[in-house]
Design a protein around this ligand. Structure first.
Ligand SMILES: *Cc1c(COP(=O)(O)O)cnc(C)c1O
Length: 507
């Protein structure tokens, strides 16, 4: 089956997957979705005998139908390689009746690696297929984890430049350090005064500025995005759900038809949307439990059908989920309004103009596969400690938000189905928060006088002692890595900053 792509707002249709990957966002501001959905053509039992890479091929070939077998397999082989510290690529950890799907064994120690390790290769092939002569300019706004993962994924790839904008005070010191020490002649990191939503809005504005796109074209660049709206990021995120459920069959006594609940710590709604798509193409998934932190716009939406971003943006200790505009939700809206592009556009225009929208009662009814929960900072801290005390398993603050959501769900509904909790970051990435949670009354003031990386590594060492595990090499190599990126700008100056970077390159 040949699958074409169309915009959720109706302005574009009939694109090949290669075209959609290159473009990133649709020209009408919408997101690309498949014109029809494929179905998985193997049973979970069959998948249980396949490697991660083989499953990747079986999933991706359903969506990237214009890529040849050779092209896809080559992308997969380069992406899911020794860059991951587990041969299985992802981990599955059982704690009583729940399973944690560990997606943080890649180079950036967060789940963004799962998709950003393959997107660059999908783009390179697309560029060749579309006979694009210009270089690609990848613009990305990051809430902390995308930036590093993108810089790793695209590192030193030919004909591609990468510019990452991150909020100056919105990422953890470790996350910032990961980005500003990243090498690669084509990588550029810029700290921006503003929060993630300011940055995401700024990047979207740049994409919608046709005159700027023309200017860039004259300079030899084609503008695109590596944000989670790109289908080249979305579909690779389905792979691990297929993998996880297939392994639950072999490792546990999961029956082939038994439905599993998925719990996903959510920010931009990419990861949970991939889970929803996984269900749509045939995985036995029961409910999708959307976990939020104190920025609980999504929880409110699932409660009421009203999405309202008019509220204070809170900086929490799960920064990768500090988001008030969850971009990928547009794809779910499109589904629940029966793929009506006019209605989707009306809702998105309302979000743009008034910061809020309300879906119809009929559309709201179609959200019944979803549950939303949110967790306060103090409860999240207690939860990390509880799981550690009981099971000696250390959760990062984002995964803990999901684990809390599941606990709330269980308290309310007592559901005996098995559950898969998505674990999105290594605790090492957020050592300070994790140590403060696990050892709330620790006496040492070792870290009081330290700052920056030194302080970070003091917490990392403490965490290593507690966990008695070896440091991931992604952490070890950071300690003495030199700072390579020094750029910063105001949110309103992002466009100018891009010009400066490209000009500097030409000089
Ligand atoms: C990006 C991120 C999330 C949120 O994922 P979305 O796909 O944006 O919903 C959660 N946890 C971590 C650690 C992340 O990096």
């Amino acid at each position: 089956m040949d699958i074409k792509y169309k915009s959720t707002r109706g302005g574009q249709a009939g694109l090949s997957s290669a075209q959609a990957v290159l473009q990133g966002l649709a020209s009408d501001g919408g997101l690309f979705v498949p014109e029809v959905f494929p179905s998985l053509n193997h049973s979970l039992k069959e998948f249980s005998n396949m490697s991660y890479q083989k499953i990747a091929y079986e999933v991706l070939k359903l969506f990237f139908t214009d890529y040849s077998e050779k092209e896809l397999k080559s992308c997969i082989q380069k992406a899911y390689s020794q860059k991951f510290s587990l041969e299985s690529i992802v981990g599955l950890k059982q704690i009583e009746h729940t399973y944690y799907l560990e997606l943080f064994h890649g180079p950036s120690l967060a789940f963004k690696d799962m998709a950003l390790s393959i997107l660059p290769y999908l783009m390179q092939v697309a560029r060749k297929k579309q006979k694009v002569k210009k270089d690609m300019l990848i613009l990305t706004a990051t809430s902390g984890d995308t930036g590093k993962a993108a810089m790793e994924g695209f590192c030193n790839l030919e004909n591609i430049q990468v510019i990452v904008f991150y909020p100056q005070n919105g990422v953890s010191p470790f996350q910032e350090h990961q980005m500003i020490t990243q090498d690669g002649v084509n990588n550029h990191a810029v700290s921006v005064k503003g929060n993630f939503d300011d940055l995401q809005t700024g990047v979207k504005k740049i994409f919608n500025d046709l005159q700027f796109a023309e200017e860039l074209k004259e300079q030899g660049y084609l503008l695109t995005s590596a944000n989670s709206m790109n289908i080249g990021r979305l579909f690779p995120q389905i792979i691990y759900y297929v993998y996880a459920l297939s392994r639950m069959i072999t490792k546990t006594n999961l029956n082939e038809e038994e439905q599993v609940n998925l719990v996903v710590p959510t920010g931009n709604f990419g990861n949970i949307l991939a889970a929803y798509y996984a269900k749509k193409i045939g995985l036995p998934i029961k409910y999708l439990i959307c976990a939020s932190n104190e920025n609980h716009v999504l929880y409110d939406f699932f409660q009421s059908g009203v999405y309202d971003k008019n509220r204070k943006f809170l900086c929490t200790t799960s920064p990768s989920m500090d988001i008030l505009v969850s971009s990928n939700l547009e794809r779910l809206l499109y589904e629940i309004v029966d793929e009506d592009p006019k209605e989707t556009k009306r809702l998105m225009d309302s979000l743009n103009n008034f910061g809020r929208y309300q879906v119809s009662a009929e559309a709201y009814e179609k959200l019944k596969d979803f549950f939303g929960f949110y967790t306060k900072e103090s409860d999240n801290f207690m939860h990390m400690k509880k799981i550690y005390d009981r099971h000696h398993y250390i959760l990062d603050p984002h995964t803990s938000i999901a684990s809390c959501a599941y606990e709330q769900y269980q308290k309310r509904y007592t559901d005996l189905s098995k559950a898969l909790i998505v674990s999105t970051a290594s605790p090492y990435k957020f050592s300070e928060t994790v140590i403060k949670a696990l050892k709330p009354d620790r006496q040492d003031d070792l870290t009081k006088s330290q700052t920056g990386t030194e302080k970070d590594f003091a917490f990392i060492e403490q965490l290593q002692k507690i966990s008695a595990s070896s440091l991931p090499w992604g952490v070890e190599k950071l300690r003495y890595a030199p700072v390579l990126h020094h750029r910063s700008c105001e949110a309103a100056q992002m466009q100018q900053e891009i010009k400066n970077i490209l000009k500097k390159k030409e000089d």
